[in-house]
Design a protein around this ligand. Structure first.
Ligand SMILES: Cc1cc2nc3c(=O)[nH]c(=O)nc-3n(C[C@H](O)[C@H](O)[C@H](O)COP(=O)(O)OP(=O)(O)OC[C@H]3O[C@@H](n4cnc5c(N)ncnc54)[C@H](O)[C@@H]3O)c2cc1C
Length: 480
């Protein structure tokens, strides 16, 4: 327990006296020269003070706002009293990545967005406190490794992203022998190969994977299920299979000139600049170039900030809707602005222009206005007639989002039913149409958030446990 004095604010009304503070952030000029994380931890006294701002609502909206229903007010109360290890223990009870989610969650849309303390006051800084208590526990070796006696059953996890890792964690804590199959050489999925290190250091991902390894989870890296290993082989060797293979097929830029030299997809660019190992990808050099990023989601924000760190002379984001309708996290938008990225909203590319050598020279765009809401509720952008603008550029990064990769027709994975846009269909138990095969994360819901993949992995683990302990034995005993 901390030796710091107790918080100065009176419980329940402390938020009136104590202003919200955000964790220390490196100055933009400093942070653009490397890929290290930009936020550091509060000190203990500030954590206690900030946690004491929580009003301890009877029906906490922050818990509802968190996809994992984290027991936020309870661990805030413990943190306010300096019981950091106990707070971390409680936060681990509902989250398999309690030190990773606070680094990457868009809290303003989740727990902090739901906090009852808002306008003109600022919500509790839940994410920063969650990160602090878990780093505090990890630094003191106070995160126990669960080594449970094997229950005699085995599960194969396909894909080592946050969905697969959360499912593996839950099942191994129940005594299952778990093997994770991963195409890439390092586990972590988009935590390792997509989200840049300035948001999530790769050592943090590696540390979480090591905890799972010490818990007994086995990893088979560099193996692609459906190509190197069949689904049927897994079903023979394991009692159940979980598919957490993400949605990694990039949406394409569909305008004239999209094939010119200098037009690249955003994700391979991020992977080669951020992954801790060399990747077999064509190098994308942005140094000294004017870079235009097309799109307005997290991938676009990450491409802008990565291009700045790699020496681009100009970085411009071109997005067809306005800021209010941009899907990317607000926190990361402001971080990109501070680092020198520029934004052109309500603008959509019509064509990529090039020189006689076939290299990109510009993006011809139309200005847009927002019309009636579409099926998603967001206002549909439409072209403003006669509004064309030409934006000079040397390199284009396309960040238009992703779809699930179609199952190869020749592979037995193609037995798994998908919906009209290729996402795997599951039932209320997270099981696909193939008995014993479960799925979760982006492969089911489409591109989403780390915290949603973790929730899906946990739910699927509960579904697998139910299937192997209740449903399958019942089915076996019913057979003549
Ligand atoms: C650039 C970028 C930035 C993002 N930033 C954020 C952010 O800041 N905050 C946030 O919450 N979310 C963010 N996201 C979204 C988040 O990363 C994903 O929603 C999340 O990682 C999905 O987890 P998953 O486990 O379903 O899949 P993934 O993380 O995609 O992992 C799937 C894994 O399966 C492996 N795999 C695929 N097919 C096979 C196969 N046949 N055999 C074996 N292995 C296979 C892949 O190699 C991969 O490792 C971002 C996404 C991108 C692309």
């Amino acid at each position: 327990m901390s030796q710091q004095p107790p918080p100065t604010g009176q419980a329940r009304y402390a938020w009136r006296e104590i202003e919200r503070r955000d964790p220390p952030k490196r100055a933009a000029e400093d942070r653009v020269s490397d890929f290290h994380e930009i936020y550091s931890l509060f000190d203990e006294a500030t954590i206690r003070e900030q946690a004491s701002r929580c009003v301890q609502c009877a029906s906490p909206a922050c818990v509802e706002g968190c996809p994992l229903n984290n027991r936020i007010p309870e661990w805030l109360a413990l943190a306010a009293e300096g019981h950091f290890l106990e707070a971390a223990e409680l936060s681990r009870a509902t989250s398999n990545m309690p030190e990773i989610c606070p680094r990457v969650c868009p809290q303003e849309k989740l727990c902090e967005g739901a906090c009852v303390i808002h306008s003109p006051e600022e919500p509790i800084c839940i994410g920063a406190i969650e990160k602090f208590i878990n780093e505090y526990a990890l630094a003191r070796g106070a995160v126990p490794i669960h080594q449970v006696s094997p229950n005699g059953k085995t599960v194969a996890i396909v894909g080592a992203g946050p969905g697969g890792l959360a499912c593996a964690d839950e099942l191994s804590k129940l005594g299952y022998t778990v093997t994770v199959f991963e195409s890439q050489l390092l586990p972590g999925g988009l935590l390792m190969y997509g989200i840049p290190a300035f948001k999530l250091e790769k050592t943090v991902v590696q540390r979480r994977v090591n905890i799972l390894k010490r818990q007994g989870v086995q990893f088979k890296a560099g193996l692609t299920v459906g190509r190197d290993v069949n689904l049927d082989t897994l079903l023979k060797e394991f009692d159940a299979v979980f598919l957490g293979i993400g949605a990694l097929k990039p949406k394409l830029l569909d305008v004239p000139g999209a094939g010119l030299k200098g037009v690249y997809q955003g994700l391979p660019f991020l992977a080669q600049k951020n992954a801790p190992i060399g990747l077999d990808l064509p190098p994308v050099a942005v140094k000294g170039k004017r870079v235009i990023v097309l799109g307005g989601g997290d991938t676009a924000m990450d491409c802008l900030r990565t291009a700045i760190r790699c020496g681009a002379v100009e970085t411009l984001c071109v997005y067809r809707r306005d800021l209010a309708n941009m899907p990317g996290s607000r926190k990361e938008y402001y971080n990109a602005l501070e680092e020198g990225a520029r934004f052109m909203f309500l603008t959509n590319p019509l064509a990529i222009e090039g020189n006689t050598s076939g290299e990109v020279t510009a993006v011809r765009c139309a200005r847009m206005e927002l019309g009636e809401p579409d099926a998603s509720g967001r206002r549909r952008p439409r072209v403003v007639p006669g509004s064309e603008v030409t934006l000079p550029a040397d390199l284009i990064l396309v960040a238009y989002g992703f779809d699930p990769v179609p199952f190869p027709p020749e592979s037995d994975l193609s037995r798994i039913a998908v919906n009209e846009w290729g996402a795997t269909k599951t039932d209320a138990n997270s099981m696909t149409n193939v008995a014993g095969v479960f799925a979760g994360g982006d492969v089911v819901r489409g591109p989403s958030l780390v915290v949603h993949a973790v929730r899906d992995g946990r739910r699927a683990a509960a579904g697998i446990h139910r299937y192997l302990t209740e449903m399958q034995p019942a089915r076996a005993s019913a057979q003549p």
